[in-house]
Write a new protein. Sequence first.
Length: 213
Amino acid sequence: MHIYVFGSVCRGEVDTSSDIDMLAIVHGLDTRFNPSDYSIYSYERILELWQEGNPFAWHLYLEAKLVYASDTNDFLRIIGKPSVYKNGYSDCKKFYDIFLSAKKSIEQSSFTETFDLSSVFLGMRNFATCFSLLANNEPNFSRNSARILGMNSVPINETVYSILEKARVLCTRGAGEMLTTAEISEAKVELRNIDLWMSEILKKIEVRCYERV
């Protein structure tokens, strides 16, 4: 059994909306770990992620810190560097589809606006993370990944980005004040710009402007 911490606490980005991300690597079913508190993986699945060059593998490789090892070895360090990330287009397309679904929902109904904006943030952030890894830039796994891509950063202002992030925290952790009608309206206005940003990035990937080498 190996236990790691990863995420914002390892990047030194902890704030009042942060949680502590924990990973447990185990053999078979281990009821000591609650899935709500830990990301639980088998050793076999971790090795598969490493072979795939999966973004989560790169996330762990670059940031995870060992907390406990039953055999005193650092398993993630032993297995070394993940394979080259090759599924950038399909992964970005997947997160673009999540965004499009949320955008369509919020345009059709006002009943799930906060949840839809949370999904917008999820799609936007993970889209940016996958692109940062594919484009051979410094991979970024933080909540601000979409804002620090240089000339490829999402073209929305800091206020709207914060509103979307606030919606995500509300839906995943139940923490914080509810979004106001004005905040929701302000965020909805920028959905078109986010859509255009994602579609342009996908075009760049599709014509092979970015390759991981």
